[in-house]
Design a protein around this ligand. Structure first.
Ligand SMILES: NC(=O)c1ccc[n+]([C@@H]2O[C@H](COP(=O)([O-])OP(=O)(O)OC[C@H]3O[C@@H](n4cnc5c(N)ncnc54)[C@H](O)[C@@H]3O)[C@@H](O)[C@H]2O)c1
Length: 304
């Protein structure tokens, strides 16, 4: 496996996936005990991989482990805690068939009341906001990415192993989402991390990709919210298509630096597409500016 420098070439979505390369691989999924993360765990186990489910919900984690044993293991962990996450990676290496971590999916995420949006009584003192959503979705993703790169570099570059980091975003990484600044910030930030790492990680044979679902029916959206969206005529992407996009990236070593958007079937027959919103088009002045930054940015770091 040799990862090529990132080039602007959209992924052609295949109608059939060849999952044979996933057999025996070690996959670590944060937020893997519920919703999309659980669906990824189930899909990778079905494809013959060993999965470490990293989640802070002990009941859901234990239940997922019981369903998927012996090919999955639950490790309780809060992704906001570096030491917890280090311990989870260590356990994944210890328990997996080839003592490795080949695919890391940074998926843990949350949404909720947002103190940045909720303004306080202007006559009273300013109230320090609770930044939990940014802590989980963005800081947790940064920790997960840093550890993925560390553990990937410990294992050989051969066909038995991979070095594949998939960062979980959302369409909220591309669209303005009024009322939820922290969710918006955290997903744009995760997308920034993906766009940054894709430019250098290939030197270590590390693939970095991004997966950005549209609305999907999972526990992160309450029944009330789902009813409201349905009432507005919003179509939903599916859990199965999210899982298939993950399998697609993990099983194809040529995919690097791309963002797949998971969309309603009404929008795309396979349920996901290469979003093609992370490279500047001809005629956009940012295209030249990006070229200049690519040619100079690392030298600036060395000069500093
Ligand atoms: N469902 C959607 O519409 C949708 C759309 C776009 C993106 N996403 C993203 O997909 C990811 C998964 O969401 P989901 O829809 O499956 O929701 P979910 O609530 O079913 O799953 C989230 C999981 O993350 C875990 N988690 C939360 N905080 C954690 C922490 N600090 N440490 C460890 N684990 C933690 C939860 O326990 C849960 O198991 C999230 O990043 C979410 O933002 C979801």
């Amino acid at each position: 496996m040799s990862v090529q420098e990132y080039e602007d070439r959209p992924v052609a979505i295949p109608s059939e996936l060849n999952l044979s390369s996933l057999s025996g691989k070690s996959v670590l999924i944060t937020g893997g005990a519920s919703g999309l993360g659980l669906a990824y765990a189930q899909a990778f186990v079905k494809a013959g991989a060993f999965v470490t489910i990293v989640d802070f919900n002990p009941q859901a984690g234990a239940s997922a482990e019981a369903d998927l044993a012996p090919n999955a293991m639950f490790v309780q962990c809060d992704v906001r805690k570096w030491e917890d996450l280090v311990a989870a990676f260590e356990k994944a290496v210890e328990a997996s068939p080839r003592h490795s971590v080949d695919v890391v999916i940074s998926n843990a995420g949350t949404i909720g009341a947002d103190d940045i949006y909720t303004l306080d009584d202007p006559a009273g003192p300013p109230v320090k906001p609770n930044l939990r959503t940014v802590d989980v979705n963005l800081y947790g993703t940064i920790y997960t990415a840093k550890l993925a790169m560390h553990y990937f570099r410990r294992q050989p570059v051969d066909t038995d192993h991979d070095r594949c980091l998939i960062i979980k975003g959302s369409i909220a990484a591309y669209a303005d989402q009024p009322g939820s600044p922290q969710y918006n910030i955290s997903k744009w930030g995760a997308r920034g991390l993906f766009r940054n790492l894709r430019r250098t990680s290939h030197r270590e044979n590390i693939r970095v990709n991004f997966v950005a679902p549209w609305y999907v029916r999972t526990p992160i959206l309450s029944a009330k919210i789902i009813d409201y969206l349905e009432g507005k005529g919003v179509k939903f992407a599916t859990v199965d298509d999210c899982a298939r996009a993950m399998l697609n990236i993990a099983s194809d070593p040529s995919i690097h630096g791309r963002s797949l958007g998971i969309v309603p079937r009404e929008e795309a027959p396979q349920g996901y597409v290469d979003l093609e919103h992370d490279d500047y088009q001809d005629g956009d002045f940012m295209k030249d500016w990006q070229k200049t930054v690519l040619a100079t940015a690392q030298s600036i770091v060395d000069l500093a």
